[in-house]
Design a protein around this ligand. Structure first.
Ligand code: ANZ
Length: 927
C-alpha cells in the first residue's frame, strides 16, 4: 500500500505527544501569537464533524504562524460545569464529575486524532478545584469592589468605606441599588457592622438583589433569557415563570459605556459588534414627570421622543411598577391584581414579542401632562417593561405602533390634529403622523422638523423643570446564581443573614458531596442538603452555585499559566502573552460569553491585575456544518415503504432514516430491515428496483440520524483528508451542508501528493535537478496565493490551488526537491501528518516541520499577474514595460527609468516630475 495514512497518523500523533511538539515556549525572544478556540462542553455524544470546523481553521492559522517564526500558544480545555451532567446525575445518581471525566477522555481522544496542534500541557477544566479556586478569587474581587463614575473604573471597596467614614455618601458617584439612602459620615460611623455591610452590599460589583428571574420549578433553577423560549425552558420544555428571588448579580451595567465604545477597536465581525451594540442598547432621552391628578404621586416616564408630548393620550405602567398599589382605585383593584398575576407567567421575551396581542387594564386613575395640563388615563400593561427606563411610558398612539395598537384595542384617544389645527379626515389605520413625519398641533413646535422640535422641547422641559436628560441602557446587571449542584460554589458565607467573603487562604471552597442532586423539597438548592457543609464549622455557605459562564469568562487568562497555585496567572508570563490574537468560535455567544469575558477583563484591568482591557483582539465566527438527512416514506397504517418519486400516489408518513444505511441516495434495504425489529417484514415499492430516499439539509443532530463522526471518516480516509475536506466544503464563516461523498476527491489529491515523493513500490525519491521557469512560476504563484488565503481565512480556495499545483507537477513529472520541499511546508498547516512524514524523509531526523520556515514568494515569477505600462515623455508614448502587479509606485518608477529606450531618450535631461497612474500609465515630464 502506498499512502498508509493510518500508520502515519498514529505514529505522528504519538511522537508529537511524547515530544510535546506544540508546547509553547516560555523563554524566547520570538514574538508571541495566541490562537484560541472556544472550548467545548464535553457532552456525552462526543464530537461530530461539525464541531472541529473551527478547530481545524484555527489550527491552520496556528501552524502558519509557527512557520512565520512566532511562538504560538494554542491551548485547549473543557468548559466542564453544566446542566446535562447534572441532569444525568439526577437520573442515575452518578456524580457529575464521573460522567464529565469520561466525556473529556473521549473528547481528547477525538481531538488528538485530528492532528490539532494543541499545547496539551496547558489543558484546563473549569470544574477542577485548582481552576475554580481562581474563579472564586475573581468573584471575591468583584465582591470587594465598587464602580466609580468619576474615575470611570472599578475601585476597591475599602476606598468607598474610607469615603463613607469621612463624608458619608453625598459625593459618591457610583451605581448602587435604588433604595440606598443618602447618609452622612456621622450616620455611617454610628451604624453597626450589619447595617454597614447592608449598605456596602448596595455598591458592590457582586451584590445580592431581589430580581425578577425566569424560574423553572421542574428544573429547580433560574434560567437566563436565552434559555427560555415561549414560556418554556429550551432544555426539556418545562414551564417557566417570572418570580422575585434573592439572587447574586454582577454589576455589568456599570461597564455599558466602555463595553460599547471599546467595540470600535476590535477586529470582530460587524454583525457580532451590532448584536453587542443592540444588547447594550444606549438611548438618549428624557425622564419627564407626570403628576397624578388626584394624588400627590409623581410618575416619571422615559422617552426618546419628547417632541411627541403633545400627542400623549395615556400613560402606561409596567405591571411590576411600585406606584401601582398607591394609585389603583378600589373599583379597579381586583381587575388589576388579576392582570398582574397573569403577566407574571410571561417571560420578558414574550412580552416584547407580543405586540399583535397587547393586553392591559385601566388603573382607575388619571395623570396630568405637564406641558398642556391635559388629563389622561393611567393604564397598566406588560408591553412596558419594568426593568427599562422608569418602567412607565407616555403613550403617543399617533406616533408609536405599540401605543397605537393598544389605543385601538381599548378605544383610547388617538390624537391626529396636526400643525395649524389641520384635522385629519381619514381614520388612521397605523401611527399616521410618524409615517408622514408630522407633529401634533402645538404652539411650540409648529412647522419644525423632528430634529429641531426635539431640541426645542428638550430645552423647554428642562427649563420648566418638568424633566431632565438621561441616558438609558438596555443591558441589565447579570444574574449570577443558579439553584443547581454542578457549578462553582460561591466563596460566601452568612453571618446574621449578611453575606461575607471567605478568606483568600481558604479557597477553593469545594463542592460538598450530597446524597441527591435534586433541589430540596422546599425548593432550596441541592447544596442545602449537605448539613455539615459550613464555613469554620459554624456559618452557612451560600447554597446556590455560579452560572455556566463564570468559568468561561476568564479561561483565556488561565491557559497562560494553568498550574499556578499561588496566582491566577503569573505576571511575567501574562505580560508576554497578553490577550488573545485570534479567537474562533460560534456566533451564538455574541451576547453571553463574549460580553461577560469583556466585562471581567475590564474589571481585572481596572484593579491592575492584567495589562489589557479587551480579551480577544480578532474574532472569527465559523459557520455551522449542516447534516444531510434522509427519509423513507411509509404508507399510512401499513408496513410498506414507497420510493421517493412514487410517494405522491399514497398517503405516507415521512420518517428519518439513519444516514449510514443510505448510499448515494439509495436505501440499503437489507440493512434497513435489520435496523429495527418492526422493519424486518417491511415491504417496498421501488423505482427501477431501487429505493430512492428523500433528503433535506438540517442541523446535524442525533435526533435526525444524520450525524457523521470524525472517527468514522478518519478510519476510512485519515485525519488529513478530513481536515482538508472540511476546509474544502466552503468558506469558514458560512453555513454549509456536510457531504461525505466529496471527500474522495481530497483523498485522491493526498495520494497524488504522496506519489510525487514515492515510487510505485513506495520508495522515497526526489531529484536535485534545476527547476524550470514554469515550475518556479507555478510554485511562487501558489505560495503567494496560500499566504494570502490563510491570512484571509479563505482555506477552501487554498485547497483548489494545491490541487492545481500537484496536478501540474504530476503531469510534468516534476520530482525536484527545490520545488517539492517548499510545497510540503506550504501544505503542512492543512495536512500536517502526511507533510511531517515526508518532511522527515526529506530532512532525516530534523525538527518537526511545524518549526520550519514558511516559503517566501518571489514577485518576479508572478508573470501573469503583471501589468503593462506605457511610458510617456511629456505626454507622448515612447516605450512600455511589464511589471508585477504588486509593486508600489516607487518601484514601478524605478523600473521605468531603467528601461533602455527611456534611458536613451532621457540621456542627461533634467526630469521635472514623474507621474505614475497605477495600472494605467507612467508620464515623465522633462524640461
Ligand atoms: C414616547 C414615544 C413616541 C416613544 C414615539 C417612542 C416613539 P429605546 O429607543 O428602545 O430606548 N419606552 C420607554 N420605557 C419603556 C419600557 N420600560 N418598556 C417599553 N417601552 C418603553 O425606546 C425608548 C422608547 O420606548 C421611549 O420613547 C418609550 O416610548 C418607550 F413616537 O416615548 B417613547
Amino acid at each position: 500500500m502506498s499512502y498508509d495514512f493510518k500508520k502515519i497518523e498514529k505514529k505522528w500523533a504519538k511522537k508529537w505527544e511524547d515530544k510535546q511538539t506544540f508546547k509553547a515556549q516560555s523563554e524566547t525572544t520570538k514574538p508571541k501569537f495566541y490562537v484560541l478556540d472556544m472550548f467545548p462542553y464535553p457532552s456525552g455524544a462526543g464530537l461530530h464533524v461539525g464541531h472541529p470546523l473551527g478547530y481545524i481553521g484555527s489550527d491552520i492559522y496556528a501552524r502558519y504562524m509557527r512557520l512565520r517564526g512566532y511562538n504560538v500558544l494554542h491551548p485547549m480545555g473543557f468548559d466542564s460545569f453544566g446542566l446535562p451532567a447534572e441532569q444525568y446525575a439526577i437520573l442515575t445518581g452518578q456524580h457529575p464529575s464521573k460522567t464529565t471525566t469520561e466525556n473529556i477522555k473521549k473528547y481528547k481522544e477525538q481531538l488528538k486524532s485530528l492532528g490539532l496542534s494543541f499545547d496539551w500541557s496547558k489543558e484546563l477544566k473549569t470544574s477542577n478545584p485548582d481552576y475554580y479556586k481562581w474563579t472564586q478569587w475573581i468573584f471575591s474581587k468583584l465582591f470587594n469592589a465598587y464602580y466609580c463614575y468619576i474615575d470611570n473604573k472599578a475601585l476597591p471597596i475599602s476606598d468607598l468605606i474610607q469615603e463613607f467614614e469621612i463624608n458619608g455618601n453625598t459625593n459618591i458617584k457610583s451605581p448602587c441599588n435604588d433604595e440606598t439612602p443618602i447618609f452622612t459620615a456621622k450616620k455611617w460611623n454610628n451604624w453597626n457592622e450589619e447595617e454597614q455591610q447592608t449598605i456596602l452590599l448596595n455598591y458592590r460589583l457582586a451584590y445580592l438583589s431581589d430580581s425578577i428571574v425566569n424560574w423553572c420549578p421542574e428544573l429547580g433553577t433560574v434560567l437566563a433569557n436565552d434559555e427560555v423560549s415561549d414560556g418554556l425552558s429550551i432544555r426539556g420544555g418545562h414551564p417557566v415563570y417570572q418570580k422575585k428571588m434573592k439572587q447574586w448579580c454582577l454589576r455589568i451595567s456599570a461597564y455599558s459605556d466602555r463595553l460599547l465604545s471599546d467595540l470600535e477597536g476590535l477586529d470582530w465581525p460587524t454583525s457580532l459588534k451590532e448584536q453587542q451594540k443592540n444588547w447594550i442598547g444606549k438611548s438618549y432621552g428624557l425622564i419627564i414627570n407626570f403628576k397624578c391628578s388626584e394624588k400627590n404621586i409623581n410618575i416619571p416616564v422615559f422617552t426618546t421622543r419628547p417632541d411627541t408630548i403633545f400627542g400623549v393620550t395615556f400613560l402606561v405602567l409596567s405591571p411590576e411598577h411600585s406606584a401601582i398599589e398607591n394609585i389603583i382605585t378600589s373599583a379597579h383593584k381586583e381587575q388589576v391584581e388579576k392582570y398582574i398575576k397573569l403577566s407574571r407567567k410571561k417571560s420578558e421575551r414574550e412580552k416584547i414579542s407580543n405586540i399583535h396581542n397587547v393586553s392591559g387594564v385601566f388603573s382607575g386613575t388619571y395623570a396630568i401632562n405637564p406641558i398642556n395640563n391635559q388629563k389622561i388615563p393611567i393604564w397598566i400593561s406588560d408591553y412596558v417593561l419594568s426593568g427599562y427606563g422608569s418602567g412607565a411610558i407616555m403613550a403617543v398612539p399617533g406616533h408609536d405602533t405599540r401605543d397605537f395598537k393598544f389605543a385601538k384595542k381599548f378605544k383610547l384617544d388617538i390624537k391626529t390634529v396636526i400643525a395649524n389645527n389641520t384635522e385629519l379626515n381619514e381614520k388612521p389605520t397605523e401611527p399616521y403622523l410618524e409615517k408622514k413625519g408630522l407633529l401634533i398641533n402645538s404652539e411650540y413646535l409648529n412647522n419644525l422638523n423632528i430634529q429641531d422640535a426635539l431640541k426645542k422641547i428638550t430645552t423647554i422641559i428642562k427649563e420648566k423643570k418638568y424633566g431632565d436628560s438621561t441616558i438609558n441602557y438596555k443591558m441589565r446587571d447579570a444574574t449570577f446564581s443558579r439553584q443547581r449542584y454542578w457549578g462553582e460554589p460561591f466563596p460566601i458565607y452568612y453571618k446574621n443573614n449578611v453575606p461575607y467573603i471567605v478568606d483568600e487562604k481558604d479557597l477553593p471552597i469545594t463542592l460538598p458531596d450530597v446524597e441527591s442532586y435534586l433541589p430540596t423539597k422546599e425548593g432550596r438548592p441541592p447544596l442545602a442538603r449537605s448539613n455539615k457543609w459550613k464555613y469554620k464549622s459554624i456559618y452557612d455557605f451560600e447554597h446556590s452555585t455560579m452560572p455556566g459562564w463564570a468559568g468561561s469568562s476568564w479561561y483565556f487568562l488561565r491557559y497562560i499559566d494553568p498550574n499556578n497555585n499561588n496566582e491566577f496567572v503569573n505576571k511575567k508570563l501574562l505580560n508576554y502573552w497578553q490577550n488573545v490574537d485570534l479567537y474562533i468560535g460560534g456566533s451564538e455567544h455574541a451576547t453571553g460569553h463574549l460580553m461577560y469575558s469583556r466585562f471581567w477583563t475590564k474589571f481585572l484591568y481596572d484593579l491592575k491585575y492584567i495589562p489589557f482591557d479587551e480579551p480577544f483582539k480578532k474574532l472569527i465566527n465559523q459557520g455551522m456544518i449542516l447534516g444531510q438527512s434522509y427519509f423513507v416514506y411509509r404508507i399510512q397504517n401499513k408496513n410498506t415503504f414507497v420510493s421517493y418519486n412514487l410517494k405522491g400516489n399514497y398517503q405516507t408518513t415521512k420518517i428519518h432514516v439513519d444516514i449510514n444505511i443510505v448510499k448515494k441516495g439509495f436505501l440499503d434495504i437489507n440493512k434497513f430491515k435489520e435496523s429495527q425489529k418492526n422493519y424486518e417484514k417491511a415491504e417496498f415499492i421501488l423505482e427501477d428496483e431501487k429505493y430512492i430516499c428523500g433528503s433535506a439539509t438540517e442541523k446535524m443532530s442525533k435526533s435526525f440520524y444524520n450525524v457523521v463522526t470524525p472517527d468514522s471518516i478518519i478510519e476510512e480516509y485519515g485525519a488529513d483528508a478530513l481536515r482538508m475536506h472540511e476546509m474544502f466544503l466552503g468558506p469558514l464563516t458560512q453555513h454549509k451542508p456536510w457531504n461525505t461523498d466529496g471527500i474522495s476527491g481530497v483523498f485522491s489529491f493526498l495520494k497524488k501528493f504522496w506519489s510525487l515523493f514515492h515510487s510505485e513500490n513506495d520508495e522515497f525519491f526526489i531529484d536535485n535537478e534545476e527547476e524550470s521557469k514554469e515550475e518556479l512560476i507555478m510554485l511562487h504563484k501558489t505560495i503567494k496565493k496560500i499566504q494570502h488565503d490563510i491570512e484571509n481565512f479563505s482555506f477552501n480556495t487554498s485547497i483548489s490551488s494545491f490541487m492545481i499545483l500537484v496536478n501540474y507537477l504530476k503531469k510534468e513529472n516534476c520530482y525536484k526537491q527545490k520545488i517539492l520541499e517548499p510545497l510540503v511546508i506550504l501544505l503542512s498547516p492543512f495536512a500536517p501528518f502526511i507533510c511531517e512524514e515526508i518532511w522527515q524523509k526529506l530532512k532525516s531526523n530534523s525538527t518537526s516541520i511545524a518549526y520550519s520556515d514558511f516559503p517566501k514568494y518571489d514577485s518576479s515569477f508572478l508573470l501573469d499577474e503583471n501589468i503593462n505600462y506605457p511610458i510617456a515623455i511629456n505626454g507622448k508614448k515612447k516605450a512600455s514595460i511589464t511589471v508585477a502587479s504588486n509593486l508600489n509606485n516607487d518601484e514601478v518608477q524605478e523600473i521605468a527609468l531603467n528601461d533602455e529606450k527611456i534611458r536613451k531618450i532621457l540621456n542627461d535631461k533634467k526630469i521635472r516630475k514623474i507621474i505614475v497612474i497605477p495600472k494605467k500609465i507612467i508620464n515623465i515630464v522633462i524640461k
